[in-house]
Design a protein around this ligand. Structure first.
Ligand code: ATP
Length: 759
């Protein structure tokens, strides 16, 4: 054996690739290159093998060995079989089958379609157009339901495939990484670099690129208010265990500006690369660090993640984040591990991981003091894995469960637009397994009712609430009449209107078109591509994982201008420069609409959200609510109908500012009364553009009159005029949007519109 080993050593030029990897993680700096190399040989000897593959499994094993040697322990992992079986066998990410209750009387529901949808449903079916009861269509409706798509989304082979690559946080075990930057070394760093307290955040910065520290800092010069209250991370246990810690890398000295920063500003800049906090972030983070229960209601793109990630970095122990989608978790973990500061140790558990991968995570959590700072889980996993509950309870007992974070917390409530049954269990589990652990709930959309549900179900105690205004002042909201039928040229009017709208956008402006069914997305994308020469891709949960990733990447990189998608394209999409989000049919609820439309303009620049409304689309949604194939409960149907009716009311509104409607829907008073230029109700130019006409009734009230009716006396002009109007609205918007609500914007919007109409 020894001879074989010597031969292998001789044959190898330079360190074994596995050793090299481990050195890259920082063990060279802490243990010394030679000692790592020598321990590698001891490791091989102990395993009685001549060599070992340099894959993730080998690396993990070797790192475990390094730690074990330092502790003087056994080489065998503790309870590994037990953990692995439990972790692996749980089918935690499959949502519970919904209780199926037959509807007592379906005619009731037709009666509930208060303004003739039922009649319209029958009518359209008999005409053979868009027949919602059609079997194919019906299947599509099911496919586009929230539950089904979410289901597909979080445990598809795609995600499974992606996970075969061991999460970076584990490849690098965190242990290795933080051995390098770990808080244990921070005290030295703090002293060396100018006076931050021992054991503080300096530990994360030893690998910051030189010079990036303070140049752009605009951090507050005020003294840290909560420094003494922060539970700064303790010394890295690994560093303490290491027998021969190498001299730690010298940090560049802090500048005067950095010294004056609070820990929060400093961590925000150095770890996350943000020069300042956004609205409310500082207050939220401070409350979180004070270990209060916290509820955060912040619009999409507002920066919710930082509100729990930064406290996680500064806190002792592991922060557990419950997130609804596997792909979302993976993206978050990847982003954390790739932070410019050198990476934040984070990982996730998934039923798609290999047994070894799951084991590695469990091992990490069972360490006396895990180096992992954030652990992402799906609610299903959290609710159903006994092994996981036991491990988390163990962490809590050791005082190392920093907090429980429930992201997308609206999923807790049946009134939320993405209800997930397992979210309901979270509060109960917390109370039973680790009571008293601070809890944080975050969402972008929650009505008063949903907020109450979240507070109750998650058992939030003396909860601090933070709400950032729902008003997205840079978004222009419009509802456009969706005209079916054919143009004089024999083309479908609604599709041509869509093309006109997109063509009126600046060249290459990125957008999303939401459709109800998978089939719709494919048809619309094809039409845009073939008839409009608009680079488009469809996206829905029925695509193969490869197709989905490809579509998203092409859109993200700008090769594809428009993604035509079902609501499967949603959570976790973080493209800042989306200039328009079009709904080619109604959303299922105002909450859903707000969330989907809110993907526009995340960069804070003007963007447009247009809903193409046709009354005849409503029955399709009702059919969906009824549940084709699997009947939904009466309660679920009634809830769905209430939400849908609110959505319809938004579409047919002619008096009230659309921003006010949305903001007030979430219980926030809209003190401005009117947005003036940012919706088609308040801005006449946009109103006309939306294809609405004001008709003075006898009582002086305005009534919504679709463009088609208005122009019925002008044969031949209808379709092209309506199309011009829709596109003109966009042009008008460009001016209005630039002015962002100033009076000048309105003037230019009007004149633009007039010019366009007189052409
Ligand atoms: N203080 C800040 N300074 C600069 N950028 C920030 C700041 N906070 C967050 N961001 C950036 O804003 C973007 C949106 O943040 P984040 O993903 O946390 O939003 P969110 O509120 O979770 O949105 P969603 O509800 O859509 O998930 C990210 O690219 C993030 O890096």
């Amino acid at each position: 054996m020894k001879a074989a080993l010597a031969k292998a050593q001789k044959a190898t030029k330079g360190p074994h690739p596995l050793v090299q990897q481990v050195l890259n993680y920082g063990y060279g700096e802490t243990l010394g290159v030679e000692r790592v190399a020598s321990l590698f040989h001891t490791f091989l000897e102990a395993k009685d093998v001549a060599s070992i593959g340099s894959g993730a499994a080998g690396i993990n094993e070797f790192i475990d060995f390094l730690e074990m040697v330092q502790r003087g322990g056994s080489m065998l992992p503790e309870n590994s079989d037990d953990e692995g079986d439990n972790a692996y066998d749980d089918h935690y990410e499959r949502p519970d089958a919904e209780e199926i209750v037959g509807l007592a009387d379906t005619t009731d529901h037709e009666v509930e379609c208060d303004d003739g949808e039922a009649a319209s449903l029958a009518e359209s079916a008999s005409e053979g157009e868009e027949a919602p009861e059609d079997a194919d269509d019906a299947e599509d409706f099911i496919e586009s339901s929230d539950a089904d798509e979410v289901d597909d989304d979080f445990e598809t082979p795609a995600t499974a495939k992606r996970q075969r690559v061991l999460p970076k946080a584990l490849q690098a075990p965190a242990a290795g990484k933080s051995a390098n930057r770990g808080p244990g070394l921070a005290s030295t760093s703090g002293r060396q670099s100018g006076g931050r307290e021992p054991g503080n955040i300096m530990s994360y910065f030893s690998k910051m690129p030189a010079g990036s520290a303070s140049a752009s800092a605009t951090a507050s010069k005020s003294q840290p208010q909560h420094r003494t209250q922060l539970h700064l991370q303790r010394a890295n246990p690994l560093a303490a265990l290491l027998k021969q810690p190498a001299p730690r890398p010298a940090n560049a000295p802090q500048t005067a500006e950095e010294k004056a920063m609070s820990d929060l500003d400093f961590a925000n800049l150095k770890v996350f690369g943000n020069a300042s906090f956004r609205h409310q972030q500082r207050q939220v983070i401070t409350a979180v660090l004070q270990e209060q229960d916290v509820f955060v209601l912040m619009p999409t793109g507002g920066g919710k993640s930082l509100c729990y990630q930064l406290p996680a970095v500064l806190s002792k122990g592991v922060t557990v984040v419950i997130s609804p989608l596997l792909s979302l978790m993976q993206d978050q973990v990847q982003a954390l591990c790739e932070m410019a500061c050198g990476g934040i140790p984070a990982t996730y558990l998934s039923s798609q991981q290999s047994k070894e991968e799951a084991l590695a995570v469990y091992r990490e959590l069972r360490k006396p003091v895990p180096t992992c700072k954030l652990l992402y889980l799906t609610p299903e996993q959290f609710a159903k894995s006994a092994a996981l509950k036991e491990v988390l309870a163990g962490l809590a007992q050791r005082g190392l469960l920093a907090r429980l974070v429930v992201d997308e917390a609206h999923c807790v409530s049946t009134w939320g637009h993405d209800f997930r049954p397992d979210y309901k269990e979270l509060g109960k589990i917390k109370a039973a397994s680790f009571p008293g652990v601070p809890t944080m709930a975050l969402t972008a959309t929650a009505t008063q009712k949903v907020q109450e549900d979240i507070t109750k179900i998650l058992k939030l105690q003396r909860c601090r609430r933070f709400q950032v205004s729902f008003y997205r002042s840079k978004l222009v909201l419009r509802v456009v009449e969706k005209e079916y039928g054919m143009t004089d040229e024999g083309k479908p009017k609604h599709m041509e209107a869509l093309i006109d709208f997109i063509r009126a956008q600046p060249k290459g402006a990125s957008g999303i078109v939401y459709c109800l069914s998978r089939e719709d997305t494919e048809g619309v994308a094809r039409y845009l591509q073939e008839q409009g020469a608009i680079p488009s891709r469809h996206y829905h949960a029925g695509l193969t994982p490869k197709q989905r990733v490809e579509a998203q990447n092409k859109w993200q990189s700008g090769q594809v201008q428009v993604v035509v998608a079902t609501i499967a394209f949603g959570m976790g999409i973080d493209k800042p420069d989306v200039r328009f989000v079009l709904h080619f049919t109604l959303a299922k609820s105002l909450e859903g609409y707000y969330q989907e439309a809110g993907r526009a303009g995340r960069d804070g620049l003007p963007a447009e959200c247009v809903l193409f409304y046709a009354k005849r689309d409503v029955p399709r949604l009702i059919t969906l609510l009824r549940g084709v194939g699997k009947r939904k409960s009466k309660k679920s149907f009634d809830t769905g109908m209430e939400l849908l009716n609110q959505m319809k009311a938004y579409c047919t509104e002619t008096q009230r500012c659309r921003h006010a409607l949305l903001v007030e829907y979430f219980g926030e008073p809209f003190t401005m009364g009117s947005c003036r230029t940012q919706c088609d109700v308040c801005c006449p130019a946009l109103r006309q553009a939306a294809g609405h006409a004001e008709a003075e009734g006898a009582d002086g009230e305005r009534a919504l009159m679709p463009g088609r009716q208005r122009q019925s006396g002008k044969p031949g002009s209808g379709s092209s005029r309506a199309r011009k109007l829709a596109a003109a609205g966009s042009k008008a918007l460009k001016s209005a949007g630039k002015g962002a609500a100033g009076p000048g914007a309105f003037v230019s919007a009007s004149s633009m519109l007039n010019n366009s109409l007189t052409k």
